[in-house]
Ligand binder design. Structure first.
Ligand SMILES: [Zn+2]
Ligand SMILES: [Zn+2]
Length: 268
């Protein structure tokens, strides 16, 4: 890895999972084109002066079977390919508590976990009495986070907050009540890791909404926020789009289709 200066970070998208599906499943109101439009699953690694910070922790083999989502490469293998030792990860930013973002509970034994007040309240409160709202959550994931709270390893935020110099989180809501995105200063300007604030480029690009949604107003307002936080629309990185790996260069030779580098301009 290259040396970094000041508050400038390297950013990587690490693909770990895949789910084949058709486009009508990805939008409220469906999609007239009805084409294959799969989702990829990622975690993101941010390397900077404050050390290595992970955004989300993905899911493991057990969850992949339970949810019938393909585990392509375990998250730990992706980090190893980048030379990142999980024990050295100091902070994990949890975008939200859906099963595909907060599994692998013991991956980073020395990290503290940053999440929004509203997400923890949502995932442990009355909304989880309703099947339609709790469907993307797993009780074991939420319990694991509660245990981290009691172990003194959780740091709560309410709105936007600075995690390190040049690295901030911002409450979006919408898809999940306490969903947050991450803004990172890089050598190509501010990159925004949207996570599920936009699953695909097509969502933010067309103003359409993914079916799992707590509040549609916050989703579409969130698109505007993502664009405002990012240096340009090309600096917004969707949470589940296979195009991320097509557009950005591989982190190094041999990692094509697996790990992309996001602090270098995309190809198109
Ligand atoms: Zn989600
Ligand atoms: Zn997701």
């Amino acid at each position: 890895m290259q040396a970094v200066i000041d508050d400038v970070h390297e950013v990587y998208a690490v693909r770990y999972g895949h789910h084949s599906r058709r486009s009508p499943e990805n939008f409220i109101g469906g999609d007239p084109h009805d084409v294959l439009q799969p989702l990829d699953f990622y975690v993101w690694a941010i390397v900077g002066p404050a050390g290595t910070i992970l955004v989300d922790t993905g899911f493991d083999k057990t969850m992949s079977r339970r949810r019938q989502r393909e585990l392509v490469k375990p998250v730990r293998d992706g980090l190893a390919a980048l030379g990142i030792a999980p024990e050295k990860v100091t902070s994990v930013i949890v975008s939200h508590l859906h099963y595909d973002h907060c599994g692998n509970h013991d991956l980073c034994p020395n990290a503290r976990y940053h999440l929004q007040d509203r997400e923890m309240a949502y995932a442990t409160g009355r909304c989880m009495c309703h099947q339609s709202l709790r469907a993307p959550f797993e009780a074991d994931d939420v319990l694991a986070m509660v245990r981290k709270v009691f172990a003194g390893r959780a740091i709560f935020h309410d709105g936007h907050a600075e995690i390190a110099s040049g690295l901030t989180v911002h409450l979006i809501g919408g898809h999940s009540k306490g969903l947050q995105c991450v803004r990172v200063k890089t050598r190509r300007g501010y990159v925004v890791l949207a996570s599920d604030a936009t699953h695909l480029y097509a969502h933010i690009g067309s103003g359409r909404v993914f079916p799992i949604t707590y509040n549609i107003e916050e989703v579409v307002e969130g698109y505007a926020t993502l664009n405002k936080l990012a240096a340009s629309p090309r600096h917004v990185v969707p949470g589940h789009d296979p195009l991320v790996l097509a557009r950005y260069p591989a982190a190094k030779p041999g990692l094509e289709g697996w790990i992309a580098r996001l602090d270098i301009d995309p190809k198109d």
